[in-house]
Design a protein around this ligand. Structure first.
Ligand code: ADP
Ligand code: MG
Length: 334
């Protein structure tokens, strides 16, 4: 007697959602990254009740053609890669084709989009098979409502509205720091929280981290071969009791990486007391073939091909700017 059976698609997607859709902020991450990948110049985010009740993201990107709308909601369907070669040098934030399918499996999801060149817009909801005509000038609107309505057991893990909003805000800030070339707005329960015009990278950092941080930071700009590090790193006088002002981006992707964190810590070792933490916004760029971003669905972990070289490069780049500032040592002694 046979006991093994294939799981239905919806259940497969609900299982996958466990990895991709931890909370409203993870939905926001995926939908924002899709908007960025679509080449948007302006993106508007509206949240209700910490994103649990509703997340609405409107962009002015390339849009999705009518015949692609249903596919966009399917698992392993993507416009971003086609071959293993593409995967190894991927330049977009997404490429797994999993996010929208996972989101649609655990929340009421509606896509409305007008592909460039299309006569009008089309929309499809996660429980529909065919798109219907809709009104929209350009780009895409993604609406995700009632997160985990279909999986009450998961819903119980959601925290208070304030906590879920704080996670969404943090996710928004990461994308905003990485993409100063995109205008971004965030509102929560009808109130505008951030309104960010297109800016140069330092102005965007100042808008999100505060002038005080910028005033107490050194500008980093270092290059070696294909490696490049830019951004701002705080002087000891601006050190923090926690790690909440630490942003490291690799090829535009926010990452939490042991190797990079270690290189930074080591650069501060002589000038910062052990219990204090530096604040920084750093952008590392390198040849996409030199870094594997396909380690986890959320892509917050990466693997470097030549991790030793990356570590040394980051360490030396920071040591140089921090050492150059006489204030660094003075800060430690005070
Ligand atoms: P991935 O981003 O890994 O390709 P997703 O499930 O996030 O997978 O999205 C599936 C596809 O839907 C994308 O490859 C893209 O073609 C399309 N898509 C999603 N969001 C947008 C958007 N805002 N603008 C244009 N196309 C989009
Ligand atoms: Mg995506």
């Amino acid at each position: 007697m046979s006991v093994i059976h294939r799981l239905p698609d919806l259940l497969v997607n609900q299982i996958a959602a466990g990895e991709v859709v931890e909370r409203p902020a993870s939905v926001l991450k995926e939908v924002l990254e899709n908007a960025v990948d679509a080449g948007s110049r302006a993106i508007e985010v509206q949240l209700e009740q910490g994103g649990v009740r509703r997340i609405r993201v409107a962009d002015d990107g390339c849009g999705i053609a009518r015949d692609d709308l249903a596919l966009a909601l399917e698992r392993h369907a993507t416009s971003k890669i086609a071959t293993l070669d593409d995967l190894e040098r991927v330049g977009t934030m997404g490429f797994r084709g999993e996010a929208l399918a996972a989101i649609a499996a655990v929340a009421r999801t509606i896509l409305t989009s007008r592909a460039s060149g299309s006569q009008h817009a089309w929309r499809i909801a996660s429980d529909e098979r065919e798109p219907t005509p809709a009104a929209l000038n350009h780009g895409t609107v993604v609406e995700v409502a009632d997160l985990y309505y279909s999986t009450p057991a998961r819903r119980k893990f959601l925290k208070s509205e304030g906590t879920e909003f704080a996670h969404c805000d943090e996710m928004f800030r990461r994308v905003a720091l990485a993409r100063p070339d995109v205008a971004l707005q965030l509102s929560h329960n009808g109130r505008v929280i951030h309104r960010l015009g297109v800016a140069d990278p330092l102005a965007r950092v100042a808008a999100l981290m505060g002038d005080d941080f910028v005033a107490h930071a050194r500008e980093v700009e270092s290059e070696a071969g294909t490696l490049r590090l830019t951004g701002l790193a705080s002087l000891p006088a601006y050190s923090r009791a926690n790690r909440d002002a630490q942003y490291f981006f690799v090829n535009g992707r926010f990452v939490r990486d042991k190797l990079l964190t270690h290189a930074v810590r080591q650069a501060y070792a002589d000038i910062l007391h052990g219990a204090r933490h530096p604040a920084y916004v750093l952008f590392l760029s390198l040849d996409p073939a030199g870094v594997d971003v396909n380690v986890h669905p959320a892509k917050i972990e990466v693997r470097f091909r030549d991790s030793r070289a990356v570590h040394q490069f980051v360490f030396h780049a920071l040591t140089r700017v921090l050492g150059e500032s006489g204030a660094a040592r003075a800060g430690f002694e005070s």
